[in-house]
Design a protein around this ligand. Structure first.
Ligand SMILES: [Zn+2]
Ligand SMILES: [Zn+2]
Length: 142
């Protein structure tokens, strides 16, 4: 069982699986969401995820296009969210409190990256993934 938490510790959650892979997205939204050149996240099955505390402290910002950022109201940390009403959770990897060693499956939206953001050639993808299912397959999430 892995655990994760936000900056202030109000929002906590646990994971029944250890993610094997993660991805980075370099689009303008993910840059602003993270404050750096990309966000770094994985997807897990909702069945493998449970909130432990602080769900009532979470606020959502959702763009009309569907892009969503859930965050802890007291501290502003981005926190996991339910993926477009699918039975999967989007999980920013930095929230995990356990040291795991997942591998990067891809750097997406690399054409939108800032020049100061280094992207390894072997994981570079010019655009986003073709579908959520394709991303799930690459992450080996059933
Ligand atoms: Zn917090
Ligand atoms: Zn993005």
């Amino acid at each position: 069982m892995l655990s994760g938490s936000c900056l202030c510790g109000e929002v906590t959650f646990s994971l029944a699986v250890s993610p094997k892979f993660f991805y980075r997205c370099h689009c303008s939204l993910c840059r602003k969401q993270s404050g750096i050149g990309h966000n770094l996240a994985t997807l897990v099955r909702a069945a493998d995820f449970s909130w432990q505390s602080g769900e009532e402290a979470i606020a959502s910002w959702i763009k009309p296009t569907g892009y969503r950022n859930d965050f802890c109201k007291p501290c502003g940390s981005s926190v996991p969210n339910l993926l477009r009403n699918l039975p999967y959770i989007w999980l920013p990897l930095g929230l995990l409190d356990d040291a795991i060693s997942p591998l990067c499956i891809g750097d997406y939206c690399a054409d939108d990256a800032m020049p100061w953001d280094d992207i390894p050639a072997e994981t570079r993808h010019a655009q986003a993934t073709e579908s959520v299912r394709a991303l799930l397959d690459k992450l080996e999430v059933p």
